[in-house]
Ligand binder design. Structure first.
Ligand code: AN7
Length: 342
């Protein structure tokens, strides 16, 4: 596995991806992420629950699996620049892979609504970061028009190569669990990832039930209608009109699954539980998968995987709001003793 991790998903799964042996590959060694048995959570749920730690990808989220494919394909096609709209993680990933490929990168993000770590990543990788006075849905509409008019590769999950890359997580799950998985719990925003997982499972001949979770204030797929002003603490999934709407509904139906809503309180409670009892620090959006499992169960599934899509370090502001204060201390032994043992 350690060897597989370093080669990246294109090299590892090339026979199942749209890349030939001589095609250029832009990789940062994505994929091969840990699958960890969550003992406390398993006890609570009464089933075997595993966590897929996608936050351990090179830029800290699952987006890297798709981005290696989208940017490699862009290089193959002779693109000079890549662009995306993003709630943050796609921007961070696009910026890093563009830097690696020597392409220019531009990312459009909702002004003031992306987590600090993601903003830092996009900027430090040298992308042009455009803060739109509007939400993600507006940004995606505009960027699709822009990409239609200019020779810039669009690397949002409307790009098929993104889904191709992201389906590799389903292959890894099946490998790690010897093909036996009953249910997958996954956060849903723009609905590219749930679509990609289902594609991967179908191609591998598996059919776990897919349970997707949206934040209650940004739950168009649950409501059955777009949400004009989506709002949630889980900024990554603050999306009111998912681009992969039909595909997500198809995946849910075909797998006999469901797409349901979890409140911000439920998300944050799962977020703290994962950190404090499983040793896993994910970002708020990722915790929606576990929040949903705790709230709704998994309908008798015995073996469940929850996808933790992004790393907790992405969003230090939410983290610090959720925890106790530090303990101040004078630099003397007595004071330290009191502070540590008291
Ligand atoms: C941590 O970066 O849409 O349902 O622009 O960052 O495939 O959209 C991020 C989405 C879940 C939802 N968890 O996945 C973006 C963006 C995290 C995310 C999702 C996102 P999709």
């Amino acid at each position: 596995m350690s060897q597989a991790r370093s080669v990246g998903v294109i090299e590892r799964f090339r026979d199942r991806l749209p890349f030939g042996p001589t095609d250029p590959v832009v990789t940062l060694g994505e994929g091969g992420t840990p699958l960890v048995l969550a003992e406390r959570l398993s006890e609570r749920v009464g089933a075997e629950v595993h966590l897929k730690l996608e936050g351990t990808n090179p830029t800290g989220s699952f987006k890297d699996r798709g981005m290696t494919c989208a940017v490699s394909a862009a290089v193959r096609e002779g693109a000079q620049a890549v662009i995306c709209a993003s709630t943050g993680n796609t921007a961070a990933s696009a910026a890093a892979y563009a830097a690696k490929a020597g392409l220019r990168g531009a990312v459009i993000v909702p002004d003031g609504k992306i987590a600090t770590g993601k903003l830092a990543q996009a900027l430090v990788h040298g992308a042009r970061v455009i803060a739109l006075r509007g939400n993600f849905d507006t940004a995606l509409e505009l960027v699709r028009e822009l990409a239609a008019r200019h020779p810039i590769a669009l690397v949002n999950s409307v790009n098929e190569f993104r889904l191709e890359g992201q389906k590799t997580a389903a292959f890894e799950l099946l490998e790690d669990l010897d093909g036996r998985l009953d249910a997958l719990c996954i956060p849903v925003g723009n609905a590219g990832n749930i679509t990609a997982y289902w594609k991967g499972f179908v191609e591998a001949g598996a059919a776990p039930r897919l349970f997707g979770f949206q934040a209650a204030g940004a739950a168009p797929l649950v409501n059955g209608a777009p949400v004009k002003d989506p709002e949630t603490v889980a900024s990554a999934i603050r999306i009111g009109n998912p681009a992969r709407w039909e595909e997500a509904i198809d995946a849910m139906r075909a797998s006999r699954g469901a797409i349901r809503a979890v409140t911000d309180d439920e998300i944050l409670s799962a977020y703290r539980l994962l950190a404090a009892t499983e040793g896993v620090f994910c970002e708020p959006a990722s915790a929606a998968s576990v929040a949903g499992l705790l709230k709704y169960g998994a309908d008798g599934a015995e073996r469940i995987a929850c996808v933790l899509t992004g790393h907790g370090l992405k969003d230090p502001d939410v983290a610090l709001e959720q925890v106790g204060a530090v303990v101040p201390c004078e630099p003397q032994l007595r004071a330290i003793e009191r502070a540590v043992l008291g």
